[in-house]
Design a protein around this ligand. Sequence first.
Ligand code: DX5
Ligand code: ZN
Length: 227
Amino acid sequence: MNQSIQLAPSILAADMTRLGAQAREAEAAGVDLLHVDVMDGRFVPNITFGPLIVEALRRVTSLPLDVHLMIVEPERYLQAFAQAGASAIAVHLETCAHLHRTLQQIHELGCRAGVAINPHTPAAALSEVLPFLDFIVVMTVNPGFGGQAFIPEVLPKITQLRAMVEKNQRQIRIEVDGGIKPETAPAAVRAGADVLIAGTAIFNAKHTVKQGIDALRAAIAAQEAER
Ligand code: DX5
Ligand code: ZN
C-alpha cells in the first residue's frame, strides 16, 4: 500500500491513573489509531481490560480504536466491543475454529475485521481468509505482555504477507505488534508493515508521549521515503 506508515500507540503501557490524558496526548501528537490490548488470562497469561475501557476511551478521543482480542472464544464478546465503540477488531487465528464466520460477524457489527497471528503461525494459514479481512496483526513478540524484545525472525513472514496482500483485491493493512522501538521500526517498515503498534516506546517515564512518537516517526521516515 503506497501511503504513509501509521502509528498505533498501545494503551497497555499507558499510565492507567491518567488514561484519558495519555490518549489525548497521543492524539495531539498526531497518531492514527489507538491500540487496545484485551487479555483474558486464558489465551495469554495476563488479564487486562474489557469493553468498559473501550467505552471510556471512546468518550475522550476521536481516534479509531483498534481492539486486539487476545481471548478465547472471541465471538462471545464482539458485540460488546462493537457497542463500546471499537472501530476495528482483531481476533487471534489460534483462537478461532470458525474464523470466516467470526470475521463476518465483525463486519456485520460495522467494524473493520482483522486477524492476529502468533510468531509461530505461518503466513499461509491466512491465505483462504484474505478476501474477508481488512487487516492483519503480525505479532513480533509472544502476546501477553508489553515491553518484550522484538523477534527479528518474524520479519520474512511480514514480507511474505506483503506479497500475498498485494495480490488481493481488498486493501489489507499489515500491522506489526510487539517490541517496536526506534531501533526495530525501520526493519518492520522495510519488511512491509503499514501500521506500527508501540506500547513502551511511547508510554514510559523517560520521556513525554509526544517525544516517544516523534522518535518513532523520525526512525521510520527514511524507510518510508524508499517505499
Ligand atoms: C502484546 C500486545 C502489544 C503490546 C506492545 O501482547 O499485543 O500490543 O502492548 O507493547 P510493546 O510495544 O511494549 O512491545
Ligand atoms: Zn496488541
